[in-house]
Design a protein around this ligand. Structure first.
Ligand code: HXC
Length: 274
């Protein structure tokens, strides 16, 4: 078979969408201090929204908030909270409302992950990931819902595609993300009549993230395999997820709720790859 000649381009949302579509809006993002959620936050800020980024490590959040504000010209505050602690999340929401007066968009993105076979996965290890990913999402929704109803706003839950099959060493994450998918559907149905939308973005393997950089070798062989087997000819990029975020939060997606949008270059339809 001839080597593929097409590699999907990586673009900025600002090249596609108007720069002011989120002017006056406010984003509350858990896990926004780094990785994919940082990129999602940056994109929303580039279109005019202010943001609160929420996480456990205040030093990292403070640095990220400064960098995002400088890069985008929008406001960003760092807020320390562990999504496993409802009280801390309520305080984070209060700080956001005291600063910006409203919450329109919520990204439930805080997540934990490590590789471990189920035979040696402790009950506490399983519970920890369910606690961050699943309960953390529930807690974030509970803490923000009143404000999101008021603004007729929108939730994006960051899930994954790994639980569509049985991916070894990921029992805890697979169970946690499947629950997040289910939770989002219920929120969409219950909250739709209040004007609230809830969707899932499910990234496939995204380059430049902690987990994928650790798992996928940088060798030429591995890069060739990605180009030959991934339908889009490359790994995902944080910008791919960020662009989907801008679309889902925008009014162009006002009739889209309760959906799961894989941003994976078509990989979920392949056999024997992840
Ligand atoms: C087996 C492990 C482990 C490992 C921790 N545990 N790491 N078990 N293998 N590598 C176990 C511990 O032994 C303990 O169980 C329990 O998990 C809790 O560990 P703590 O370190 O006390 O928990 P905590 O400090 O809350 O840390 C949470 C964490 C950590 C998930 C374990 O890794 C973390 O905070 N990660 C955040 C960053 C991160 O993972 N980001 C990636 C997200 S990407 P015992 O029984 O000993 O008490 C993502 C996308 C998914 O999620 C898609 C990927 C392709």
């Amino acid at each position: 078979m001839a080597p593929p000649s097409y590699v999907a381009p990586i673009v900025d949302s600002t090249a596609i969408f108007k720069p002011d579509i989120f002017k006056g809006k406010v984003l509350f993002c858990t896990g926004g201090g780094s990785g994919i959620c940082r990129g999602m936050t940056e994109a929303v800020m580039r279109h005019g929204a202010s943001a609160a980024i929420v996480g456990r490590k205040i030093d990292r959040l403070t640095q990220t908030a400064k960098e995002l504000a400088e890069a985008t010209g929008s406001k960003c505050i760092p807020v320390q909270a562990d999504v496993r602690e409802p009280k801390a999340l309520h305080a984070a929401v209060k700080q956001t409302i005291d600063t910006f007066g409203r919450i329109d968009f919520v990204i439930c993105g805080a997540a934990g992950n490590f590789l471990a076979p189920i035979a040696s996965l402790s009950e506490n290890a399983f519970k920890t990931v369910i606690g961050i990913d699943t309960l953390g999402t529930f807690n974030t929704v509970k803490a923000t819902l009143e404000h999101v109803r008021r603004s007729k706003g929108s939730y994006i839950h960051v899930s994954a595609t790994l639980h569509y099959r049985g991916l070894p060493y990921q029992a805890h994450v697979s169970a946690a993300k499947a629950a997040v998918d289910a939770l989002s559907a219920v929120i969409a149905v219950e909250e739709g009549p209040h004007g609230v939308r809830s969707n899932v973005i499910a990234p496939g393997p995204v380059g430049g993230t902690e987990g994928v950089d650790r798992l996928i070798p940088k060798s030429e062989d591995s890069q060739r395999r990605i180009q030959n087997t991934f339908p889009a000819g490359r790994l995902g990029d944080i910008k791919d997820v960020a662009n989907a975020t801008v679309f889902i939060f925008s009014d162009a997606a006002s009739y889209i709720t309760g959906q799961i949008l894989p941003v994976d270059g078509g990989n979920k339809h392949l056999l024997n790859t992840s």
